[in-house]
Design a protein around this ligand. Structure first.
Ligand code: NAG
Ligand code: NAG
Ligand code: NAG
Ligand code: NAG
Ligand code: NAG
Ligand code: NAG
Ligand code: NAG
Ligand code: NAG
Length: 415
């Protein structure tokens, strides 16, 4: 299956991207999210691989400077002069990330991998010499837990920060007093979540310390780092057996996603956006996410940052979905390659040890040739928050415009 873009919607998406690349202003959000959702509905069908190209840009976010656990919730973000500027391939998702799971879900295996080589998903000639080194691993059946720490939202409540993270007990969702391995075959239900961090403890909370400011009393661990990295999962997402009701927020809407690891250490679900770096664009990548009850068997993949959109809540989706299997265990994951191609896939051939570049390419290319690949190419963007749009970035925008016009011309030709 290939993308069949309606030209008008391609144009509206492009204009959305152009406008937002130029300026991240809040006032544009409304119209952007409307045209975004209109243009996206036209694309959606099933694929084997969801890919983002040109992932990573030069931008900035603001870290939390002070956290307030009182009900007044006066959290404070870094001032402009203390903003965090990032750049490069896969930025800001090249920073440390935490790995998040929402039910209904059984996690059977989890692996995190990096490579000292460069790996590019379209380059089969050099893939054979690439070895992917496993830096963390969980296996439920044999209770292996290397470089992983299971945390969950079971700590002290706060009206503005939500529940603090704690060690998760073996059921994934209760609080434990120390590090505990998730039990074999543990099913978490709708709305229930756990998080995997590495086993490396953070230094003390502090704006200039390695993990930044974080919430008092939490077990604070570092996330999983690397510009070129891969996360693999074996999991089940069986249909929710409880009856739907308005007490559920995410009924039968399982998900696996990555957050900048700073987010859950301050507040994942704050009522005041200044209590987390999320709204300023420190980064979220949704790998396999059910978006709503109407499409409960469709996994979407979404990037939430400011590369080509001003609407961080909506984010930018890959233009298609991967089918959720309700009855069998699924294997697959996400690969962030060395040139900013990010591939999300499911493949029953996925293995978790002694992985070469050729293995990874074969999982992805087989899924792609079986069911197609939906690709979203992100715009090249630079926004370092210097407070004015420089002539240099104006030139960039004109370049995008010319590129976009060529793209549209090409689509007409193909149609
Ligand atoms: C792979 O894709 C990149 C763009 O992402 C392109 O520059 C490069 O030429 C491609 N390489 C091959 C071998 O197709
Ligand atoms: C783990 O759970 C699976 C599924 O219930 C079961 O088949 C297997 O025997 C369990 N393994 C262990 C070591 O308990
Ligand atoms: C972290 O995990 C690694 C790999 O399993 C292990 O060698 C190391 O001892 C662990 N460190 C801590 C502090 O638990
Ligand atoms: C554990 O994960 C961290 C975070 O990515 C990494 O820096 C470290 O090397 C890993 N430890 C081992 C033993 O691989
Ligand atoms: C967040 O901080 C900014 C100042 O940086 C302030 O203008 C805004 O009102 C704060 N938001 C909330 C919800 O307190
Ligand atoms: C469900 O989510 C998909 C993907 O985001 C979207 O295209 C669709 O419009 C949504 N359906 C409803 C009813 O909100
Ligand atoms: C569950 O109920 C909510 C309304 O409370 C509804 O929006 C949602 O689509 C339902 N989910 C399913 C899978 O029917
Ligand atoms: C994986 O195998 C299951 C049966 O165990 C099958 O239902 C499913 O379609 C396969 N998935 C893929 C992605 O091929």
């Amino acid at each position: 299956m290939r993308l069949n873009l309606a030209t008008t919607t391609a144009l509206s998406t492009l204009l959305v991207q152009l406008t937002s690349a130029q300026h991240q202003s809040q006032s544009q959000s409304q119209s952007q999210s409307q045209s975004q959702s209109q243009s996206q509905t036209a694309y959606f069908s099933e694929f084997g691989v969801l890919e983002f190209d040109n992932f990573g840009f030069e931008g900035y976010y603001r870290n939390v400077k002070t956290l307030d656990t009182s009900s007044s919730c006066q959290c404070e973000l870094a001032a402009n002069a203390q903003r965090t500027i990032f750049k490069g391939v896969n930025a800001p998702l090249n920073e440390e990330v935490s790995v998040h799971f929402r039910g209904p879900l059984i996690l059977k295996q989890y692996g995190y991998y990096t490579t000292s080589s460069t790996f590019h998903v379209n380059d089969s000639s050099s893939a054979a010499s690439v070895s992917w080194d496993r830096g963390a691993y969980y296996n439920g059946a044999d209770q292996t837990a290397e470089n992983v720490t299971f945390l969950t939202h079971a700590g002290d409540g706060s009206s503005c920060l939500g529940k603090a993270i704690t060690y998760a007990d073996s059921d994934g969702i209760s609080s434990a007093s120390s590090k505990t391995t998730l039990a074999n075959d543990t099913l978490i239900s709708s709305d229930e979540e756990f998080i995997i961090f590495s086993n490396i403890s953070c230094a003390a909370s502090g704006f200039s310390n390695d993990c930044g400011v974080y919430r008092d009393g939490i077990p604070a661990f570092k996330g999983f780092s690397g510009d070129t990295k891969m996360f693999l999962f074996e999991f089940e997402m069986p249909k929710e057996t409880q009856t739907n009701s308005s007490s559920f927020e995410f009924y039968d809407m399982p998900a696996i996603w990555l957050l900048n690891a700073r987010i859950p250490r301050t507040s994942q679900y704050p009522t005041n956006e200044n209590c987390s770096c999320w709204a300023t664009g420190c980064g979220e990548f949704d790998i396999f996410e059910v978006m709503n009850g109407t499409e409960s068997n469709h996994f979407y993949s979404t990037i939430h940052d400011y590369q080509g959109t001003g609407e961080i809540g909506t984010g930018l989706q890959a233009p298609g979905y991967i089918e959720r299997n309700l009855y069998a265990s699924m294997k697959g994951g996400v690969v962030f390659d060395s040139e900013g191609s990010v591939s999300v896939f499911l493949s029953n051939s996925t293995t978790f040890d002694d992985i070469t570049g050729t293995d990874v390419l074969s999982w992805i290319s087989t899924a792609s040739s079986d069911e197609g690949k939906a690709t979203r190419t992100l715009v090249s963007a630079t926004n370092t928050g210097s407070g004015k749009i420089s002539s240099a970035s104006q030139v960039n925008i004109n370049t995008y415009l010319m590129f976009g016009m060529c793209l549209i011309a090409a689509l007409f030709t193909l149609a």
